[in-house]
Design a protein around this ligand. Structure first.
Ligand code: INI
Length: 154
């Protein structure tokens, strides 16, 4: 019989850090609400959840790396909203944070979950922050719970 490892969707005793950016706060606060609600509904208590606010998406990586390296957290959930403007700034921000969050995973072996919206329009972001297309913060929290459970078994 094959040995198959699957993550339970139970927060267990895991410690979950959430890094959330203040830029586009009207969206990111909804992502945060979705993430916290998801963690709580899967059994996490208040003392298992730490929330760190940073100025913008670019700053998420450094805080995520500090948290992941501290040894105090089972997973780091990164939440932000990058919305395309009239310049190429968007592309630079997106590139930097996707690489940065990925790097935190490789450098620390603590799962850093990419819950950062990268949208062409504000409407697309609203749709992913608790309306038509669900809540990307809740999805990110779910991924964090699953990864913590998977890694505990490996
Ligand atoms: N930060 C975001 O989180 N979302 C954005 O859409 C955004 N745009 O488009 O500029 C943004 N910029 C700020 C950036 O993340 C840094 O905070 C800033 O450059 C200071 O380092």
């Amino acid at each position: 019989m094959i040995n198959e490892i699957k993550g339970q969707l139970v927060a267990g005793k895991g410690k979950y850090a959430i890094v959330v950016s203040r830029f586009n706060e009207f969206i990111t606060s909804k992502l945060l609400g979705g993430a916290v609600d998801c963690l709580q509904r899967h059994g996490a208590s208040d003392d298992q959840i730490t929330v760190v606010w940073v100025p913008g998406a670019i700053e998420i990586t450094v805080a995520a790396k500090r948290l992941a390296s501290s040894g105090n957290y089972s997973a780091v959930i990164c939440l932000g909203a990058v919305i395309r403007g009239q310049t190429s700034h968007y592309d630079y921000v997106c590139q930097q944070i996707s690489r940065g969050v990925g790097q935190v995973n490789y450098d620390t072996s603590v799962p850093a979950i990419f819950g950062i919206l990268t949208c062409d329009t504000i409407e697309q972001a609203v749709e992913r922050a608790g309306t038509k297309h669900g809540n990307a913060g809740a999805s990110a929290a779910m991924s964090a719970i699953e990864m913590v459970n998977v890694l505990e078994q490996i």
